[in-house]
Design a protein. Sequence first.
Length: 189
Amino acid sequence: MTTQQLQGKSIAFLATRGVEQVELTSPWDAVIAAGGQPRLVSVESGTITAMNGDWEHGDTFTVDHTAGSVSASDFDGLVMPGGTLNADALRVDASVQGFVRGFFDQHKPVAAICHAPWTLINAGVVQGRKLTSYHSLSEDLKNAGATWVDEQVVVDQGLTTSRNPGDLDAFNAKMVEEFAEGKHSGQTA
């Protein structure tokens, strides 16, 4: 990974309280290392508290923008970290659903890990797509019309997905590669 791959690119990180900390910080650091500018987008302004697993509170992070105040046009790509509580809260928020759909409408790359594909389901963007996720979401994704596979990282026309924190090295590398490539004509809902 070169330090300039994402030079001049702004990458949205969509998260709220309960985000899996390492799934936020590891991709965030990868974007910075590649020369990009990460921005934290959430449902509310202020701060969010991450989790280490589903039980232990992690660090607090400052929100840069709310999902209702920005659009996909403001960013070059989207990262969706997991965490059960995070994904469950985000997937039912209408402003989040619209924000996520915007990236698909504009053919921009999206990277989602662990439980984050729950939000992709509610945004209506998984039908006909091949992806992976945390194993407990496999039936939800299949029922929404996706092809689910149990692989470390899956890339489908600008949509990068991975299963869990153990996949972060592969996820980060593919995510940065897809963001550097830019728009993908097949990246659509």
